[in-house]
Design a protein around this ligand. Structure first.
Ligand code: SF4
Length: 889
């Protein structure tokens, strides 16, 4: 038997980039824990990271290549990909092909994909799903600093006295970083201001929440700049010595936002709150402004980024401990993608297409005579080009544009029409349906390479499991195709270490300090050193300069070494709400889910907190539409429609709605937020406006509801609405229809899967309006249960779900109770799960609070809730606070 071993790797989810220790026990079982030695997380993990060990099973994995849905060998599949791409290029030119890649790729994967497209195919039609995530930050950085640089490091969150979180639900989307800032706040009393239209979990725990109208961020920050100027709180020396463009920028800001009253009115805020924010900012030297998708995912995202940076430049609050603008990235390797040039408008290693000398430099380094000489199509434009036939062959790597792209119906139609679509991925997704060739890629636990987190820290992802079936590393697949296209010499890598060394060498090539992205000091890493690589920041030049925080010397990578103020003004949104679409829809993330749920959706404890696709509505908006909690709503925008359950929430501002972006066709009938979202993009960054689209929401007049609790993995068809969530031992399918109940029963019964050896029980009420069925396997355990009726008649699922999990023979009492769906021993339902780690439900928490547990510590001591990953602590805090408010009334 093999000895137990522990492998240091990095979490594959968000841009915090937490270190993970994966332990493979002697019996082959695996478990994960936070790496105490990793400087991003010091051993902590959030709910998603904690559950990584539960995502490693072979279920749903793609195991061999497929051509047109049939199994194929690698050689046949790769030959076909190379032939189709080569033929399209020969006939229609290099711009007739495209790669759409992902922030899930490792830097080495990204590097070879970018090199193949830009260097050897000769087109820049490679773009990444990071376009949807942080392209506006890239564009904003480049406008202000001359290069895509995040100046700060995570320690800045711990030594700031004021943290402004704008467009960032950090508590849910970057939980470990959030916990670091809360811990520091406990010690130094850091003030936290949250700027977000929604009262998120992050806003719940802040000192000041500015629930501004969507899209008014430029006005708010222009107002701040005007206030800083008018109150004499600018750093004139810094402005004079290290920046350019201040006067014009300040003049425009003062014209755009001449008074606090004007800002308050324009942003939909109380003037006193705006004043309080401005005063705090003006008076606090150590101020850090962190921003994320709420800023980036906008038709004016780049201007928002520059409006923020302008305020930091005006106060000289950049490059010093606890200061600076700080873009927190969504994906684990969004930064790595930016570094290699994975965005269509970048060339490689922070070089772009701006001048011939740069293009020539990269061309010489790669020995690539046919290098692309201009930028390529950004994501939204790329899929438009697929739709109108300009792109004949598309390769999608590790991403799911059929769900995540805005105006997703149009993207699906484009994929269906495209002459040749290759998808390399780990599992089947809504996008793999359109693949002419499907290539099985290695997953997180099998991958070998590097990622860069939000603070420019490069860490290793190391494999600790063998790839199943015939799955291969992405870099290997790309190189194999490149060789078949005739570029073998330039892609003859034998290991990711070789690719990394070349990437590092390119960053240092003819770079005497003009480009801060410089990994020259790592260009000669031995295989052993690469293998043992400890997390470290870049720059890491061969000159040996070691810097963590950047711009402390007041020098910026612009031609004159000065940072640039960028004059911006508040612009109107492209689409405004009107009588047809009277609500503003915002989209975003859930606490326990990742992207389109391809991994997290299969983990029962990660599905427990929000098991169904839901739209959040303010109580008044819900009431106006005769909607209550749990009702099925029909949401439509000018781009498409979806259905989701209603969640009435005081956290939602009136006139606005919120829907998570995770739900795909693998988990629900039609609930992908991308089907609703606007493809309008920012003119500078090409990032689409995913945070705002006018929407109409009406009640679906449902005739029946049902629940199927089963061991089987199904994709129902023919239902107006279904969704499913993983539970221990199987799945729960929530079904809803607009048909009369008797027809609903007929439909739902089609899902039953009774085997010959099973015992089958069923019951229909006298009027044919309610139906119950269950099957019991030959071991006497419940295999499946189906309950159909009026929604209010359906019991809580807890007991039936627990029977599925135990697989124990049913007692006589249990058998008798089975069709009722209610335990013969009355047990209170725990309600929606709040603490995923210890499976503690909202009813248990409410009852503990009612009986005197009035602090997080008391709840933790009683129920353990909130004592592991801590992701649920803000929700527990809200339950405690709600009880306090109730008691005071
Ligand atoms: Fe992974 Fe959570 Fe850390 Fe993000 S905060 S890297 S999701 S463990």
């Amino acid at each position: 038997m093999e000895e137990a071993r522990e492998v240091r790797t990095t979490c594959p989810y968000c841009g915090v980039g937490c270190g993970v220790l994966a332990k493979i026990a002697a019996d082959g079982t695996t478990s994960v824990r936070g790496d105490p030695g990793h400087p991003a997380n010091f051993g902590k993990l959030c709910s998603k990271g904690t559950a990584l060990g539960e995502t490693l099973g072979p279920e749903g994995r793609l195991l061999e290549p497929e051509i047109g849905g049939r199994q194929a060998g690698w050689d046949e599949a790769l030959d076909l990909v190379a032939e189709k791409f080569s033929r399209a290029i020969a006939k229609h030119g290099p711009d007739s092909v495209a790669f759409y890649v992902s922030g899930q790729l490792l830097t080495e994967d990204y590097y070879v994909a970018n090199k193949l497209m830009k260097g050897f195919i000769g087109s820049a039609n490679i773009d990444t799903n990071s376009r949807l995530c942080m392209a506006s930050s890239v564009a904003g950085h480049r406008r202000a600093f001359g290069e895509d640089i995040v100046p700060g490091v995570y320690e800045d969150f711990e030594c700031a006295d004021l943290i402004v979180l704008t467009g960032s639900n950090t508590a849910w989307c970057h939980p470990v970083l959030y916990r670091r800032m809360l811990a520091a706040r406990g010690e130094r009393g850091t003030k936290i201001v949250v700027i977000d239209p929604r009262r998120t979990a992050t806003a719940d725990a802040c000192d000041l929440h500015l629930a501004l109208d969507p899209g008014t961020d430029v006005l708010l920050f222009n107002g701040l700049l005007a206030h800083l100027v008018q109150s004499g709180k600018i750093d004139s020396d810094f402005i004079r010595d290290h920046t350019s463009g201040f006067d014009a920028t300040a003049a425009l800001a003062c014209a755009d936002a001449p008074s606090i009253a004007r800002v308050a009115k324009g942003c939909g805020l109380a003037a006193a709150d705006v004043q309080a924010f401005y005063d705090l900012f003006a008076e606090t030297d150590r101020t850090l402004t962190a921003y994320s998708q709420g800023v980036n995912q906008s038709a004016h995202g780049t201007d928002k980024v520059n409006a923020i940076i302008n305020c930091h430049l005006a106060t000289g609050r950049i490059g010093r401990p606890g200061t600076g603008p700080f873009s927190v990235t969504g994906q684990p390797n969004a930064m790595g993608g930016r570094e290699v040039g994975g965005l269509a408008n970048q060339l490689a290693a922070h070089m772009d297409f701006a001048d011939e000398a740069t293009i020539d430099r990269v061309s010489r380094f790669w020995k690539a005579a046919d290098i692309a000489r201009r930028g390529g199509l950004k994501a939204v434009d790329m899929f438009q080009a697929v739709a109108d036939g300009r792109i004949k062959a598309l390769w999608v790597m590790g991403t799911n544009p059929a769900v995540s792209m805005p105006d997703a119906s149009r993207v699906r139609a484009a994929l269906a029409k495209c002459d040749f679509v290759v998808v390399s991925d780990v599992t089947r997704t809504d996008t793999t349906r359109y693949a002419d060739v499907l290539l099985p890629a290695a997953a997180w636990s099998e991958k070998d390479g590097t990622v860069t987190n939000s603070e420019r820290r490069i860490s290793r992802q190391r494999p600790f499991l063998p790839a199943p079936g015939e799955a291969r590393a992405d870099w290997r697949i790309v190189c194999d195709v490149a060789a078949r296209m005739g570029f073998g010499d330039a892609f003859a890598y034998q290991a990711p270490a070789e690719i990394f060394r070349e990437h590092a060498a390119l960053s240092a090539f003819e770079n005497s300090g003009e480009r801060l992205f410089d990994l020259g000091g790592m260009a000669n890493l031995s295989d052993e050193a690469y293998s043992a690589f400890a997390p470290r920041h870049w720059p890491a030049s061969e000159r040996g300069e070691r810097q963590t925080r950047l711009f402390g010397d007041g020098r910026f990578p612009t031609p004159d070494r000065r940072a640039r103020f960028v004059p911006v003004r508040q612009e109107a949104t492209a689409f405004t709400v009107d009588a047809d679409n009277p609500l503003a829809l915002n989209t975003g993330r859930l606490r326990d889910q990742w992207h389109t749920m391809t991994r997290t959706g299969n983990v029962p404890r990660l599905m427990a907190n929000a098991p169904e696709p839901a739209v959040d509505l303010h109580p008044a908006d819900a009431a106006a539409r005769h909607l209550k909690d749990g009702d099925l709503a029909h949401l439509s925008t000018r781009f498409g429609f979806v259905r989701a359950k209603v969640r009435v929430s005081e956290a939602q501002r009136r006139g606005q709605a919120f829907m998570p972006m995770h739900w795909s066709g693998q988990f629900a009938a039609r609930a992908a937020a991308g089907l609703l979202s606007s493809p309008i993009t920012d003119p500078h960054s090409g990032q689409p406006e995913l945070k705002h689209v006018p929407v109409r929401i009406v009640r679906e007049n449902t005739g029946w509801a049902g629940v199927l609790i089963t061991r089987r993995d199904l994709r129902p068809t023919g239902f107006v609405h279904w969704s499913r969530h993983a539970v221990e031992g199987g799945w729960v399918y929530e079904l809803t229809g607009t048909e009369p109940p008797d027809q609903g029963i007929l439909l739902a019964r089609k899902l039953l899967g009774v085997r010959q050896q099973d015992q089958f029980l069923e019951y229909t009420d006298r009027r044919g309006l309610a139906y119950r069925a269950a099957s019991i396997d030959d071991g006497g355990a419940m295999a499946e249960a189906l309950l159909v009726g009026a929604p209010e008649q359906l019991p809580a699922r807890d007991w039936l779900v627990s029977l599925l999990a135990t697989r124990q023979p049913l007692s006589t009492a249990d058998r008798h109770a089975l069709l009722s769906g209610r335990s013969p021993v009355p047990t209170p339902a725990i309600g929606r799960v709040v603490c995923a780690c210890f499976h503690v439900g909202i009813n248990q928490l409410a009852s503990a609070v009612a009986s005197g547990c009035d602090s997080l510590e008391a709840i933790g001591a009683t129920l353990r809730a909130g004592t592991n990953c801590g992701s649920c602590r803000s929700e527990i805090r809200a339950i405690i606070d709600a009880r306090h408010v109730q008691a005071a009334e």
